[in-house]
Design a protein around this ligand. Structure first.
Ligand code: ATP
Length: 941
């Protein structure tokens, strides 16, 4: 018991570090919305600066070429050294704000995550360059005597550290709550405009937040340097437990963050103690402490996360557009031939660089699928590659399996692992997903890859042989044999062709739809969870394949082959190259660690891997700030601009809207030609006692109605009456009580995508079109019904079919043919409304729920839309129409329901509604219009 208590108290030292770093994260996030992945690296810079001041009296500067250190005095005492080191961290934090995040204020989440991870790698490389890679010890700052507490001897510095963390948290919490700047900072994170109106400069507030968080991080890192030790990579990865603590405080609560930090430190220390016991499982002897933050983070985020984002949280990943050019066999043959020539004309180190680039290009393709197409951020792809590598070694050495069975099985194992790990991550999005995958990478690296009991010490990967042919990478003095190079090239060509096909296919469109808007995807019948898992499976397979090739290229594997920081840098390189395109993956491979660009740079200027990583990290930050489409994207844009100039005939999608005819009576009339014989009058949708409650508000109150085939049913009511909530409840986007039956089937327990597939289609008041896809593709998505088999076939050959015909017919019906290839953003509001309707129709629904489809349409277009809706209803579907244009509703609907504060106050044919006194007084009551009853009746005509 005494020992348990001793270890818990000793653990408070590390706990204070987690708490202090977590606090720094909270302060930056609260004020700027940035998750600062570089916080621990910044702290490490402070700790190294302190150690150097104490040992040599030199102040090391974070610059590379100019004088890199200033000699202050021969011996700097503890207090001034700690103060100077903390100030250095503050300066670093301000520089990061000014140079990076100030420009990224309005940028999408992914750009901020990537930039923040780039800063983390840049500082880590800078530390290695400036201070060396050897582990160091820092001279003590705090007293290190042991003091006795209730008979337990505890090092005094641990208690001081815990007290410092608690003290800082109290001051910070008070400052946020009571100071004007603190209040303004919290407000700025939510709405910069209001804060600007209150005459606060958002920039200055952000700068204060960065200075404050850097000071917190600096103080705790410097004070704890002798306890933590100095190792650039390990110190940088302290960000993971710090993130776990910050998430325990939901990135905003100072007190919870510090409490979680101290608790985590104590528990980790207990684990260290207990893992020495005989009963502790040997496989968990190392790294169990690293798994703890991961479990905490995943559990917390999965519990708090939602399977679909809410109405208010609709920001997409903000990724650049995905180019989806036609497959050009000539271009593919040329690129493959260039690869062969490159392998033929190079040898040894240079050829090995080319081969490494090819392997990392396959890895970058896995990012193109996962992040570029699907919008999911992951720092754990290197871990999947590693898993495949280690499995390959086992399969080849222990099971004696050969090529290509062993690598294919190993890649399948990585796929299984990726999908398994992806399941809890389904409810986690954006920057939080980056946090989880980083934590997972650290946990798996420590718990599995560094665990000799699990993966062995020497993981040999024997050379691949096929039909008696040696495809191995080396033989004798030849360290980069041509056959292995050709093997890697063949794999890269197949992978690139597969990913290229995917981008053009129905499956690729689904990925893009999920990336663009998960709610709208579910509303057209896309199973968002399954689509994400499919994308995770594809990308994990590619990561696994690249891991196997890496294994073959190295001959034996260790944990260092697939470190977490390598995983981070691979995502950054993929982003740098261009994360949304196959071309980007090739560029990423070219610049990847130990790839051809590195080998060439090394040959010319003799760069170190840390110097190269620093250079790459800086290039990446510049990419995130200035050119989010990456090198490939920028090159593509420049080439396209050049081609346009040469042809001298600029044609932009945004001109399409102006050129397009409006929804003319003619096009609507065309749709009126012979409707198929309807089965009229049977009930399609039956709603019983439907009630929707939000916290404190009953938005829909005990509503029952029936909609029959051939009927257009109107739903009207003042703003906030509950109309959208009613549609949200019917389509499964908001929880409700009551019964919903569609075509005799109970929908109550069905998720949104199943309701859509059962024949319930909806439009959105806010439209929620897929901005990354063209108008035609928006429609195609809703019309397509892919299966797992067709998803696999899409990799080989993207098919066309029934969906194209349905979409074309709808484009004609709604007069959208001229804008079919434009993106929604290039269209007028009215036309986007029509696309919204067309997309709902593309699913060939039995029941159509339309939320304000006519707002933004001209009077003529509104009338024409009415005729289209009548035609559709006549084809035996049911339509529920929510609109504020009452005259129009009364003109085209068969039955109208009127909502007031969530309750139906009148229902019946338009003629009855026009004269209903309850409607007249509640809907157009004197309190609103001041009209006399006859005048109010006039409003309804
Ligand atoms: N997610 C939510 N959380 C809490 N209250 C909500 C939420 N969504 C809607 N409400 C409230 O429920 C009520 C009904 O809102 P709803 O948007 O359904 O009305 P509406 O009739 O569609 O309004 P409008 O015509 O302006 O679109 C309003 O009081 C609204 O503030």
């Amino acid at each position: 018991m005494t020992e348990l208590l001793t270890f818990a108290l000793v653990g408070l030292g590390m706990g204070a570090v987690y708490a202090g770093l977590g606090l720094g994260l909270v302060v930056t996030f609260k004020a700027t919305g940035v998750i600062n992945f570089a916080a621990a690296a910044m702290g490490a810079w402070g700790a190294y600066t302190y150690a150097e001041l104490r040992s040599t009296g030199d102040l090391v500067l974070p610059v590379v070429f100019v004088p890199d250190r200033v000699h202050l005095t021969d011996r700097v005492a503890a207090a001034p050294a700690a103060a100077i080191a903390t100030a250095a961290v503050v300066v670093l934090g301000l520089a990061i704000h000014l140079l990076v995040f100030r420009s990224l204020r309005g940028a999408p989440a992914l750009a901020k995550v990537v930039a923040s991870a780039g800063v983390m790698l840049a500082i880590q490389s800078l530390i290695a360059l400036r201070f060396g890679v050897a582990e160091r010890v820092a001279a003590p700052v705090l007293p290190r005597r042991s003091i006795a507490i209730g008979g337990i001897a505890v090092p005094e510095d641990r208690l001081w550290l815990a007290a410092t963390a608690i003290g800082i948290s109290v001051v910070t919490a008070l400052w946020f709550r009571h100071s004007i700047t603190g209040l303004a900072m919290r407000a700025a994170a939510e709405n910069e405009l209001f804060v600007a109106l209150a005459r606060f400069s958002a920039h200055r507030l952000a700068a204060v937040a960065w200075a404050l968080s850097s000071a917190v991080v600096g103080v705790i890192s410097v004070l704890a340097a002798p306890v933590v030790g100095l190792n650039a990579a390990d110190n940088t990865l302290l960000i993971v437990p710090a993130l776990a603590c910050a998430l325990a405080g939901r990135l905003t609560a100072v007190g919870w963050t510090v409490a979680a930090g101290l608790a985590l430190g104590a528990v980790n220390s207990e684990i260290t103690y207990l893992s020495g016991r005989s009963w502790w499982p040997s496989w968990a002897a190392n790294g169990a402490g690293y798994a703890l933050p991961l479990f905490g983070i995943v559990a917390m985020l999965a519990l708090l996360g939602k399977s679909l984002p809410t109405r208010e949280k609709l920001d997409g990943a903000g990724l650049p557009a995905v180019p989806r050019p036609r497959f050009k066999p000539g271009y593919a043959a040329l690129m493959s031939a260039a690869g062969v020539v490159l392998l033929l004309v190079t040898a040894d180190r240079i050829r090995f660089g080319v081969i490494t680039s090819m392997i990392f290009a396959v890895m970058a393709l896995s990012f193109v699928v996962l992040t570029g197409l699907l919008g999911q951020v992951s720092f754990a792809q290197a871990v999947l590659a590693g898993a495949a590598g280690f499995v390959l070694s086992r399969l080849a050495v222990s099971a004696g399996l050969g090529f290509p069975v062993a690598p294919l099985l190993a890649a399948c194992a990585a796929t299984g692992l990726g999908v398994l790990a992806g399941i809890p991550a389904l409810r986690i999005r954006g920057a939080q997903l980056a946090v989880v995958t980083l934590a997972a990478a650290v946990a798996i690296e420590q718990l599995v890859f560094r665990n000799a009991g699990l993966v062995g010490v020497m993981n040999l990967v024997p050379a691949p042989h096929l039909l008696g042919l040696d495809l191995g990478v080396r033989s004798g003095t030849d360290t980069a044999r041509l056959p292995f190079g050709l093997l890697c090239l063949a794999v890269l060509v197949l992978a690139a062709a597969g990913v290229g096909n995917l981008t053009r296919s129905a499956t690729g469109r689904r990925f893009l739809a999920v990336r663009s808007n998960e709610r709208a995807s579910a509303a057209i019948g896309i199973d968002v969870a399954r689509t994400k898992l499919l994308g995770i499976a594809f990308s994990s397979f590619l990561a696994g394949i690249s891991g196997c090739l890496l294994g073959y290229s190295k001959g034996s594997l260790s944990a260092e082959s697939f470190s977490t920081l390598l995983g981070v840098s691979l995502l950054l390189f993929a982003y740098l190259g261009g994360i949304t395109s196959v071309g980007g993956a090739l560029v990423a491979g070219t610049f990847a660690p130990l790839g051809i660009a590195f080998v060439v740079a090394d040959g010319i200027v003799g760069t170190s891997s840390n110097g190269y990583q620093l250079f790459a990290a800086v290039a990446l930050i510049a990419t995130a700030v200035f050119n989010p489409e990456g090198i490939a994207g920028k090159t593509r844009q420049d080439l396209a601009a050049l081609r346009r100039r040469l042809r001298a005939g600029p044609r932009h999608a945004d001109t399409a809207d102006a050129a397009a005819p409006a929804l003319t009576p003619k096009s609507a009339a065309a749709a009126e030609t012979p409707p198929p014989l309807p089965v009229r009058g049977e009930s399609i949708l039956s709603v019983e006692h439907l009630t929707v409650r939000y916290a404190g508000v009953t938005a829909v109150d005990d509503v029952s109605l029936t909609i029959r085939s051939g009927q257009i049913v109107g739903l009207i009511g003042a703003n906030g009456a509950g109309k959208t909530s009613f549609i949200d409840a019917l389509s499964g986007f908001t929880p409700c009580t009551g019964g919903i039956v569609l075509d005799g089937a109970d929908l109550d327990a069905q998720p949104p995508h199943r309701r859509a597939r059962s024949g319930l289609a909806r439009t959105w008041q806010t439209m929620e079109l897929f901005s990354d896809l063209t108008v035609r593709e928006n429609l195609l998505l809703a019309a397509e019904r892919p299966t797992p088999v067709s998803a696999l076939a899409d990799i080989v050959h993207p098919a066309r079919g029934h969906a194209d015909r349905t979409s074309d017919a709808l484009l004609d019906l709604l007069g959208l043919r001229a804008v079919a290839d434009a993106h929604p953003a290039a269209l007028s509001l009215g036309r986007r409304k029509l696309v919204n309707v067309a997309r709902a129709l593309a699913a060939e629904p039995r029941m159509l729920l339309l939320d304000e489809p006519a707002s933004g349409l001209s009077a003529a277009d509104t009338r024409a839309l009415g005729r289209v809706l009548r035609t559709l209803a006549d084809q035996s579907i049911g339509i529920l129409l929510v609109e504020h244009d009452i005259a129009w509703i009364l003109e085209i609907c068969d039955v109208v329901h009127v909502l007031d504060f969530g309750r139906v106050i009148a229902a019946g044919p338009p003629a009855d509604i026009r004269t209903d006194t309850a409607v007249l007084s509640a809907y157009l009551g004197a309190r609103v219009t001041g009209d006399s009853p006859p005048q109010r009746e006039e409003h309804l005509r």
